[in-house]
Design a protein. Structure first.
Lengths: 129, 399
């Protein structure tokens, strides 16, 4: 019905499973999209380099919220090194919808924040997405 | 009635497209006569102004200075009270520097309002920061109009300037600028009016209003990108230049320079010549229609849109019923960027986000809003198509 908002995306947006903030996180980061003021905060627990739990909080559009859900789902049980390997293309593939250039920042905000959180632990610099 | 309205729309070549353009508050479309005039100038008379003695340059100067006269007549000012700049933002920056740095001292008060565009807040913040002056803001009522009781109280403290918008770019509120100016002048306060959102919809008379400064952007007035600063002649005479370079000087030695007469003192470097000529063409076009007719059309259309939108359940409209040009709103809990994207799939162009009014968004306790804005070429059919897309969006977002 709507190319950019198919049922699956709306479902991730309307029924989030990873929304919230962990009280004792091992990794944590937040960032703003200056274009629209949307904010995403990510908290996670890590055991022996493996992400055991992830939560995202804040406010944003359906695209940014759905991508935060997809990323959380994808990364639980994966290692911090896996976060490093994750690319912009991977996230766009997970979303599976045509993202216009102006909405790219919405789609990639959570990837940026999760990299900020993981890289702090790894002692690495976040690359340009 | 119907027939002259139809002809206005057909004056705008871009509107042959299937896009329903409802973002005229951000920038307006240009009538054929503006495009033709600019092209004609560039193809027949293009030369730099003021310095050349040959025919093209003399003619270009005539056109450019003629444009200044056309703008002056349009707002009932004198040509030497009109300064061409890049846009309304630059005009406000000019005043905050050229007047502000001379007139404002530590401990002085500056007043603006919470509904201003960032352009009418940030230059005053910077001036307050440079000088040690204090910046206060007139609040709004629950209805989204300026709190005139608080305004009176603030003006009684004799601020140096009141910087206020004529029409809010978010709420559409029409501020009683004439009354505010009269009240301000009682206390020796100067007033800068931001007419960016009002000038495409309402007749403007700076003398009747008695504004000290008034600014607007040509690109919102059916013209290319050129800005206008109106200031009372005696103020311009006293003010120092804002930018330095060519055209604004009288004499230059390696030691010092003296300034050209007003208004050229404020126009450093080659100005936006074709753009100013395009602005004059746009104003001539508007004069031919009559701003009273434009105002009547726009008022009728915005109240039509207001009624139609109010009838859609889940729509929250911000600002008073009596308004000009714009309607900002949200649909349920849908993010305005999502809404704008979904209606764009039906070729409806609307704006979303904070509209460069983050303090106002904070006042309204929202992060963002969607906005439609109209102009003289907009029609009831545009509104009907938008409402249809809005209802469809409700299904997409399961509202």
């Amino acid at each position: 019905m709507s190319e950019m908002y198919p049922e699956i995306i709306m479902d991730y947006y309307r029924h989030p499973r990873f929304k919230g903030t962990l009280s004792e996180p091992d990794i944590e980061a937040k960032d703003l999209n200056p274009l629209c003021g949307d904010m995403i905060k990510i908290t996670g627990t890590v055991s022996k380099g493996i992400i055991t739990q992830l939560k995202h909080d804040g406010h944003g559009c359906a695209i940014s919220q759905a991508s935060a859900e997809l990323l959380s789902e994808h990364l639980e049980g994966k290692s911090l090194e896996d976060v490093k390997k994750l690319t912009k293309e991977d996230v766009l593939k997970m979303l599976g919808i045509p993202i216009s250039p102006v909405r790219l920042k919405c789609a990639l905000l959570s990837l940026k924040v999760i990299k900020m959180a993981a890289y702090e632990k790894l002692g690495a610099e976040v690359e340009e997405l | 009635m119907f027939f002259w309205r139809k002809s206005w729309r057909s004056d705008f070549p871009i509107l042959k497209s299937k896009t329903v353009y409802l973002d005229s508050g951000a920038t307006s479309q240009k009538p054929k006569i503006v495009l033709k005039t600019v092209k004609h100038f560039l193809e027949t008379t293009n030369a730099n102004v003021h310095r050349g003695v040959y025919q093209w340059s003399a003619r270009a100067t005539e056109w450019y200075e003629g444009a200044r006269k056309t703008v002056a007549d349009f707002i009932k000012a004198q040509p030497n009270e009109i300064v061409f700049v890049r846009n309304a933002t630059e005009a406000i920056n000019l005043v905050s520097r050229s007047w502000g740095d001379l007139a404002v001292k530590k401990g002085d008060l500056l007043v603006s309002t919470v509904i201003e565009h960032h352009s009418n807040i940030v230059p005053w913040q910077a001036l307050a920061h440079r000088t040690g002056a204090k910046l206060s803001f007139i609040p709004i009522t629950k209805e989204g109009t300026l709190d005139l009781v608080e305004a009176k109280k603030l003006l009684a403290k004799k601020p140096k300037i009141l910087a206020v918008t004529h029409v809010s770019n978010v709420l559409g509120t029409i501020n009683p600028v004439k009354e505010l100016i009269a009240e301000a002048h009682k206390h020796g306060t100067l007033v800068l009016v931001d007419a960016s959102q009002s000038i495409p919809h309402l007749p403007i008379d700076v003398k009747d209003m008695d504004a000290d400064f008034l600014v607007f952007s040509g690109h919102k007035l059916f013209a290319p990108t050129v800005g206008v600063l109106y200031a009372k002649k005696q103020l311009l005479d006293k003010m120092e230049p804002f930018l330095f370079g060519g055209d604004m000087i009288k004499e230059v030695t390696l030691e010092k320079s003296s300034w050209n007469a007003v208004p050229w003192k404020f126009e450093a470097g080659t100005p936006a010549i074709p753009e100013a000529i395009g602005l004059a063409a746009a104003i001539n076009y508007l004069n031919k229609i009559g701003m009273d007719k434009v105002a009547a059309h726009d008022a009728e259309l915005i109240s039509y849109a207001y009624e139609k939108m109010q009838a859609v359940s889940g729509v929250t409209i911000y600002g008073p019923k009596e308004r000009s040009g714009v309607i900002s709103f949200n649909l349920g809990d849908v993010h305005s960027h999502d809404l704008a994207t979904v209606v764009d799939e039906d070729n409806i162009a609307i704006r979303s986000g904070h509209h460069c009014c983050m303090p106002l968004m904070h006042e309204l306790n929202i992060g963002a809003a969607a906005r439609i804005s109209i102009a003289l070429y907009s029609t009831k059919k545009d509104i009907d198509l938008f409402i249809k897309a809005l209802v469809k969006a409700k299904q997409v977002f399961k509202l």
